[in-house]
Every structure is written in structure tokens, then in C-alpha cells.
Design a protein around this ligand. Sequence first.
Ligand code: FE
Length: 330
Amino acid sequence: MKKTIIALLCLAVSLPIYATDTVTVYSARKEHLIKPLFDAYTEKTGVQIRYITDKAGPLLARLKAEGTNTPADILMTVDAGNLWQAAESGVLSQVESEVLNKNVPAHLRDPDNQWFGLSIRARTIVYSTDRVNPEELTTYEDLADPKWKGRLCLRTSKKVYNQSLVAMMITRHGEEKTRQIIEGWVANLATQPFSNDTKTMQAIAAGQCDAGIVNTYYFGRLQQKDPDVKLALFWPNQDSTGVHVNISGAGITKNAKNRDAAIKLLEWLSSEEAQQKFAALNMEYPVNPAVAPDAVVSAWGNFKGDDLNVAQAGKLQTQAIKLMDRAGYR
Ligand code: FE
């Protein structure tokens, strides 16, 4: 009898420990990019991580619908535009963390501390090494020049990456000048916008057009499949605003049940220990300036990135969508 009571007591004592040491993540970042990190964290700390992966829109809708009943402690997604939308719809919470503030540069996290960048993605110019002399290239804005007529390929304006790029341009140039630039791009298109960055690059490689705008990790994937692909990256705006950078990132949900453990996980993901792998798994750039990019990524060369706060991508997203529509960018 005594033994049973002791056993029950042990069980009662041990249960809450397991219950609090589980963090639940809703992730728009794909499983193969997060699981190796979560496994490493579990091995190091004993903290279990449950996760589901889906597109950003459905995850946000689910968080809203679940309200206080949500099991999610962390929302992880890509593009500051999506993170800003999540904060705006009230599903995230403010986090005061010295570790996150130290590891994540100020322009790559929410000024209101509701989300934090975990990797940097650069959206830059890609060109045909057969048909373009890189000296022809200077800025995103210059791709509107008539010298690029019939030579430009772009991804659809429906993609949040382009909405964020245009939102940043509106911040820099104002509506009127930005609309003129986008109209110039549209006038220079060789063909209808593509559904993704890879198709955009394949069209350039195939000779349908000479230059385009893509996220560098898609270039990395193409280069891995076809090491001889006759494309190269160009870093534009080095004398002005810098390359357009965006983030993948995460925030703690408003109704997190395991808030402290979730904050610790985010802090670890931003640490030197985790950052190399977090970025390298998707050929992105670490957000923590103390960590160097992977060798494959470093080989593309150094660049100056835009240091405007990426929250602007969210704030001006609706304006950017309307502007692209008016400029005829489909
Ligand atoms: Fe992507």
C-alpha cells in the first residue's frame, strides 16, 4: 500500500514537469527545415516540441478560430508581411527578451516585439551570364529602363515576396515614383509573370528573357541541381538602399500555455549554436550577425542589405498590392 502511494506521488510530481516541457509550434516553414533543429533542442534540453506545418494563411486562420483553446505556443512563418499580419490580427504577444534583442538586429524584428527574424532571405537580381554583362546592372529601379525591354522576367505580384519588395520601395520613393518603376518593369516583361522563382530562373536560362528578381535560396537549389546553369546573382542598390532583405521568423502566441519554454526555444533558435544550421538548411543568411553563412551561400559574395525595418513590408502591403494592380503587374 505504502509503495503504491509513493509511486502515485512520484507520478503526480513527474507529470506536470512533462506537461510544461512541451512546446507546440505552428509552422509555415517546412518540416525538413525545422525538424533537425527541434530534434537537437530536445536532445539538449529534454523539452519536447510538437509541431504542425501548413501555409501561413491557414495557420493564421486556425489560430484565430482556436482563440484561447489553441495548443500553439509559437507561430513560425516566412516574410515580415505575414508576421506583421499575424501581429495585426491579435494572435501574437509582446516578448521582452534581452537575448532576442541582442541576437536579432533591430530592423529584423517587430518594433513592438511581437515577432523576431530567425533567418534573412535576400531578394535580388538574377541574370543570364550568356546575354548580360553585369556592368549593365545597377538597381531594381533601373530594370524599368527601356534598355531592358523584352528582357525581363518576374514572378507574379500575388506572391507576398514581391508585395514586400514593392512596399519597401514605396517607403523609399513614395507612391508616384514607385508606380512609374513598376509600370516600367511591366513594359519590359518578355512574358507573363511566373508562378514561382524557379520558373522565372528557368525562363532566363532557356533564353526567354535575360534578367529577373528572385530569392537567393531558389538560385542555390537550382545551382545544386544544375551546377553549370548559366545564371548568376547580382547585388543591386549597393550605392543606395541595399539589397531587399526579408526574414523568416516567429512570435509567441497570445494564448500560449507554455510561454516561458516557448521563449527559451526562440532564444535558442537565435543563438550562435542554432543559427548556422537554421540558415544553412534553406541556404539563407543567419539573422545573428555573429554567425557566418554556409560556404555555398558565402560563395555568392557579400552585399549591403537594406536596413529599413522589415515591418514596413506589412504596414504598406495593402498599398503595394493596389499599386501593382494599377501598374498592370499581374
Ligand atoms: Fe520561398
